[in-house]
Design a protein around this ligand. Structure first.
Ligand code: ATP
Length: 462
């Protein structure tokens, strides 16, 4: 029976093997921000490539975009973020731990609507206070609950002292950059409704209680696709998108269906037509991995009002004018990394004790092939192994390792999820064959060097 890893198991492996570090580590860390190390950046890039392939490359109806992090502050006013993008918070007076009041209430089965004022949230909080304990010191002595805006402010372009009153914001979500480029894209790329615009990029939120490792961070990356539809087709397209996104996890990335599920929003914001999240079974239980939402025409009409520019669509055949409705798919890269590591983390107990294997999809694995000379003090083996590394590394991310015995080298590669290890030994010098060892079966086969690329066959997405 595979044992489910704890979040600490994953964080420890991620640090030990160079996937994820605390930001500013040597200065004691920096709350809610993380850095991706040598294997982490490969994993992230591969996940982003997989998403882009699936959402843009093989979709004739979806195009890409890379909009800026800074945008006109008016955008955040029109989108409702300046006035409404806030989380309710209370602080423990004993140990100063801050808690998300809406999350704590939700755990108690009490729903706090996003649109509630600070006073209304605080009233709900006070009504339930008897059941609430500080997650850290377990005491019940809190400040009042108050709402805090999540947008991160900056002084960009403002050289006066009052920049906090008229700040430029770091974007709180990537999709606003898509909405405000809808006209540009439509006029320049011959797309016709229904069509989508996809983008991957950083977002920043002043999260009150960043937690659970990379699950909730203050700086993160989002992969978002906004799909523009005729109002009458919104829900039909929405169902198609839900199916497509479900298949991304189960068929494309190979996640187990046991570990993901749909969660329907019970209380929709007034403009939304339908909203589901895909939840993943993280080490701390099922939580939101991705949102798939039908948003009506709210976003474009808000920007139409805010900018004074007409954002409607003229159907070239029917000549009908309308503001397209939008369905969206939005996922955080960090959450996908965490889900991928959780899914892949496998503990194996055998005669040598306990060991870990990251059973990553080969196309997602940071390193595809590790090349070892059997012995590092035999120049002929080293020369041949180095030459092989030189050949393979032009095709895939490879690693060369001549340190320690072969068993130890296999283990190290298992922990970073490398699907194939190749050992150059004395027989290789005679007949140009090597041993190819597979991570998941630990099976070793002898193959010709010239057949390696064909045998591991990793040049296309499966
Ligand atoms: P949550 O309820 O968990 O705060 P949300 O509903 O506010 O998330 P959205 O605004 O819909 O999230 O953002 C879309 C996606 O972006 C989420 O499904 C998640 O994967 C990711 N995301 C949002 N906030 C964060 C964060 N602080 N850290 C990491 N990823 C995030």
């Amino acid at each position: 029976m595979p044992v489910k890893p704890s979040i600490n198991d994953i964080a420890a492996l991620a640090k030990r093997r160079g996937f994820i570090f605390n930001s500013s580590d040597i200065y004691g860390g920096y709350g809610g921000i993380y850095d991706y190390g040598p294997y982490g950046v490969e994993l992230v890039n591969n996940l982003k490539k997989a998403w882009w392939y699936y959402m843009v490359q093989i979709r004739p109806d979806i195009v890409g975009l890379d909009s800026s992090i800074f945008m006109s502050p008016e955008i955040w006013k029109a989108s409702g973020h300046v006035d409404g993008f806030s989380d309710p918070l209370a602080e423990c007076k004993e140990c100063h731990t801050r808690i998300r009041v809406d999350h704590i209430l939700e755990d108690l089965g009490v729903f706090a609507d996003e649109k509630m004022s600070s006073e209304e949230i605080n009233k709900l909080f006070q009504e339930n206070i008897g059941k609430i304990k500080c997650p850290h010191c377990k005491k019940c002595n809190f400040t009042e609950a108050r709402k805090f805006n999540l947008l991160v402010k900056s002084n960009l372009g403002n050289f006066s002292d009052n920049w906090t009153e008229t700040p430029a914001y770091l974007r709180g979500e990537t999709c606003q950059g898509i909405y405000v480029n809808y006209l540009n894209v439509m006029q320049s790329s011959r797309v016709k409704v229904p069509f989508g615009i996809a983008q991957i990029g950083k977002a920043f939120r002043n999260e009150i209680s960043p937690r659970q490792f990379i699950f909730r961070t203050r700086e993160f990356e989002q992969m978002e696709m906004q799909y523009f539809t005729h109002p009458d087709n919104e829900l039909e397209e929405y169902e198609k998108l839900r199916k497509y996104r479900w298949n991304f996890f189960t068929k494309f990335l190979g996640f187990s269906e046991k570990n993901i599920r749909w969660h329907q929003h019970e209380n929709l914001v007034f403009y939304a037509k339908e909203a589901y999240d895909i939840e993943y079974n993280f080490p701390f239980g099922f939580k939101e991995l991705e949102g798939v939402h039908a948003r009506g025409n709210y976003d474009l009409t808000q920007h139409q009002k805010g900018s004074g520019k007409k954002l409607d669509y003229l159907d070239p055949i029917t000549k009908e004018h309308y503001v397209p409705h939008i369905i969206e798919s939005s996922i955080g890269v960090g959450r996908l990394v965490l889900a991928t590591l959780t899914e892949a983390y496998t503990t194996i107990k055998d005669d040598d004790g306990e060991r870990f294997v990251l059973k990553l999809h080969p196309l997602i694995a940071p390193i595809k092939v590790a090349v070892f000379p059997l012995l590092k003090n035999k120049p002929q083996l080293v020369e041949k192994a180095e030459e092989l590394y030189g050949r393979l590394s032009k095709k895939f991310m490879c690693e060369y390792d001549d340190n320690g015995n072969i068993g130890k080298r296999y283990r190290r590669q298992d922990e970073i999820g490398t699907p194939f290890c190749i050992t150059v030994d004395f027989q290789s010098l005679e007949d140009n064959t090597v041993t190819l060892r597979e991570r998941d079966t630990t099976k070793q086969t002898r193959i010709l060097i010239d057949e390696i690329i064909h045998t591991i066959n990793m040049e296309k997405w499966s």
